[in-house]
Design a binder for this molecule. Sequence first.
Ligand SMILES: N[C@@H](CCC(=O)N[C@@H](CS)C(=O)NCC(=O)O)C(=O)O
Length: 216
Amino acid sequence: MKLLNAVGPNPRKVRMFLHEKGIELPLEEVDLFGGENRRPPYTEHNPAGQLPSLEMDDGTWLGETVAICEYLEELYPDTALVGSNARERAETRMWLRRVEFNITEFAYAGFRYAEGLELFRDRILCLPDAADGMKRKARAGMEWIDGQLAGRQFLCGDRFSLADIVLYCALDFVGSVGQPIPDALESLHQWFDRVNARPSAEASLSPSWREIGMRL
Ligand SMILES: N[C@@H](CCC(=O)N[C@@H](CS)C(=O)NCC(=O)O)C(=O)O
């Protein structure tokens, strides 16, 4: 099994997940900036043309960050990051959906339609006129989750989970490309600092993040 890896907040989520679990997987680097992920042979295995992907021992591939992490959790259940029982797993998935549907997808779209436009315009349908609206929606999601985090350590209470990893890697990235967490959102800032202090946060950054100038 190996991880098809690249710069970017989504591959970083899997790297952070692996670090938290203490698992090492071989990484194969894919040239995201050069568009290697958008053409065959990559797209023959992952037709979404995005990173990361997980190549299994039988040669088949799995795409989508959360699906990859859920699969790895089943193989390596220790240090549960999805959950160790049905209730915990459901709670993590509930927060994952809220995080992705209300914050991270809007924030990424805001980036792709504006600061990332040159990279993405020939890859996906980009709507530059919608960039500001996407960013406003992401901010509204951050405001809502700030209220939810008041008095809590993590999204699932005292339990650090995949939902925290997905939100953290996204906010760290978009914060470095013009979408910072608004100052007034104190609970979200405190939560961010708490996650940022975990060894897996630093360890999961791409070695070239400084050179690129983005937290990915
Ligand atoms: N829904 C996908 C999104 C993956 C994604 O957007 N990956 C980015 C890197 S962070 C990517 O491949 N960007 C380059 C491209 O889309 O060509 C997932 O969760 O894995």
